[in-house]
Write a protein that binds this ligand. Structure first.
Ligand code: F6P
Ligand code: MN
Length: 350
């Protein structure tokens, strides 16, 4: 049955009215992103029937083997956006360097950064996967990597598309976090989850427990306390969930509360963390904050970090306000006992 609601394009056009000087370029860019995600969803849904499962022989610059679908999703994003005149340059998890708009093509004022297919290890097992994107502005016609290295607070838009049992686009342009569900019968994303708010309290956390012995003490303390259940300091029974695809794990916490953490651990100190700042941590932090949650490295608000390089990795802890406050208090106390600096400043935690 068709759901008669506001379509994603109608929503974006309504938002455009807030800005009398808007050229319409941003609206068209979001439309091209939505088209790219619909095409990826179509490939994902056909799975093995379309011969798109399995690995390529290549590694990306992160040293991860590229899956066939990683490459297809990346190409779709590039093809759908390169010739449309809305972006000045693009960058992706799957490309070592910035992708400049080819000479002779029209250029816009936006920088588009994306993780074309997040949670790639779920592809083969028919598990949930997603696309994450972030949009920044630039006044450069030939942007370089340095122009991408803007703080997360400067994002004009962030979103993800979840290829789960239904396909959903969740996005923010700084006025709340809104969810749209793809109606495959009409090929439109329909606003089904307006102004999503993360419940402030929770009894659910998502973390890769296999790394437990490697975590920093503030995170281990939090999880140990949760695991003590009704007899412990939290006085309630907790549940652990880990899908292994950030898009799904974050979507769950935006919908029903929780904590998601890929914190610093002793095996990651050289790398700086596991998840990537520009196309994983920053866009998710923007979405989570707009839904009333907190997003931190443990010591600093993610959106305030000054990026050093395109593929920079950072520790990530985000979610419901109450548990995030406990986690931040743990980090603050640990920082005062060690030589670490705690400078987390965000509207939700002072
Ligand atoms: O993109 C990185 C990613 O696939 C995330 O989506 C996910 O949260 C994480 O890696 C899973 O890591 P691990 O395999 O160590 O649990
Ligand atoms: Mn990813």
């Amino acid at each position: 049955m068709t759901h008669f609601g506001v379509t994603l394009s109608q929503y974006i056009m309504e938002e455009q009215r807030r800005y009398p000087d808007a050229t319409g370029n941003f609206t068209l860019l979001l439309n091209d992103i939505a088209v790219s995600c619909k095409m990826i969803a179509a490939a994902v849904q056909k799975g093995q029937l379309a011969n798109v499962l399995g690995a390529t022989e290549n590694e990306n610059c992160q040293g991860e083997t590229q899956q066939i679908l990683d490459v297809i999703a990346n190409d779709l994003f590039i093809k759908n956006n390169a010739k449309r005149g809305h972006v000045a340059a693009m960058a992706s998890e799957e490309m070592d360097d910035v992708y400049p708009i080819p000479d002779g093509q029209p250029r816009g004022n936006y920088l588009l950064i994306f993780d074309p297919l997040d949670g790639s290890s779920n592809i083969e097992i028919n598990g949930p996967i997603g696309t994450i994107f972030s949009i920044l502005k630039t006044d450069k016609k030939h942007p370089t990597e340095a122009d991408f290295l803007q703080e997360g607070v400067k994002q004009v838009c962030a979103g993800y598309c979840l290829y789960g049992s239904a396909t959903m686009m969740v996005l923010t342009i700084g006025h709340g976090t809104h969810g749209f569900t793809l109606d495959p019968s009409i090929g439109e994303f329909i606003l089904t989850h307006p102004d999503m708010k993360i419940p402030e309290t929770t009894a659910e956390y998502a973390i890769n427990q296999a790394n437990r012995n490697l975590w920093e003490p503030p995170v281990r303390q939090y999880v140990d306390d949760c695991d003590l259940g009704v007899g412990g300091p939290r006085k309630k029974k907790y549940t652990m969930r880990w899908v292994g695809a950030m898009v799904m794990d974050i979507h769950r916490l935006i919908q029903r509360g929780g904590v998601f953490a890929y914190p610093m651990d002793s095996s990651l100190t050289q790398k700086g963390g596991r998840l990537r700042l520009m196309y994983e941590a920053n866009p998710m932090a923007f979405l989570v904050e707009q839904a009333g949650g907190i997003a931190t490295t443990g010591y600093e608000r993610i959106l305030n970090l000054t990026p050093q390089k395109l593929h920079q990795r950072v520790p990530v802890i985000m979610g419901s306000k109450e548990d995030m406050t406990i986690l931040l208090d743990n980090h603050k106390a640990y920082a005062s006992e060690t030589d670490k600096e705690f400078k987390h400043q965000c509207p939700q935690y002072q």
